[in-house]
Design a protein. Sequence first.
Lengths: 180, 168
Amino acid sequence: MKKQFSTLIPIVVLAIVVAFLGYRLFLVDQGQRPDMIPSVQMGKPAPPISLPPLLEGGTPLSSDLFSGRFALVNFFASWCGPCAVEHPYLMQLSKRSDIVLVGVNYKDQNGREWITKHGNPYAAIGADTEGVATIDFGVYGLPETFLIDREGIIRTRHAGALTKDVWAEKFEPIIRAATP
Amino acid sequence: MKKNSGFSGFSLKALLLLLVLMAGGVSSSLAMDPGEALPDPVLEQRARDISRGLRCVMCQNQSIDDSDAPMAQDLRRIVRERLESGASDAEIKEWVVKRYGDFVLLSPPVKTQTLLLWAGPLILLALGLLGAFIYWRKRGREISPPAVLTPEEQAKLERILSGKDQAQ
């Protein structure tokens, strides 16, 4: 009997490892890959933004623009594929009056042309040529979108293209909960 | 016609020598633009050391010292700007960690959360040694043969040895 018990041990260990790896695969299926870095700034005050305008004659991007409304800060660039994918949805979101949608154009020579070609969903676009705002927000890839509440706190962040489903799951509930 | 046509012979050798010397002097870190380096060598060395300990969050297995990504370039510049303004190594790392989390440090800090990460390999090694030790002790006990034969076994042994060929 004792002999049989000890031969079970490696099998049990294997089962645990397989279960763990299976769980991680399940998470990947849900969209959570290990290389995705969690935002450490959730629940913290958003870093102040102060950037020159991307468009000639455009409004400079400053956090003062948010003034007590929910703000959506979208980091994008012309060289980023998924940014083109989420763009039509951003155009839709821009029609809402309960949020201010602003853009941060990171390291982009062709930002202006891209916006002119695709359309401008943003109330203001900041040209972040030095990566100041991008690094302050802890952005590690494009596109990334942050939801900032009326008190200036970062409530949620999405890394990757912002879709209707992501919006419904992650962003809309927060806005609803804060709106009587 | 002169043998080593004087001037042109010399300049060809000089050119070859120059090329050889240049090849030997190529920097090992291709990601950094020499223009990024700080004029103060002590500060620059600190900058390189800090950069080697910071993960490039875009190319996640490289340090910002090694990576070509634009974000790595920005972070290298920020590290140097902060050094020039008098920040300590710890303050600079804290600045980056505040924005990106502990993950950005290539050498994870020893905190309660990372204790398992650090101790893990040692614990596994200890478990493995323990397991090997138990197995060795067990084997030792099982293998030790009975020292004495019963009288029947002794008789049987003698019959076989004396060649009575009991094919049993």
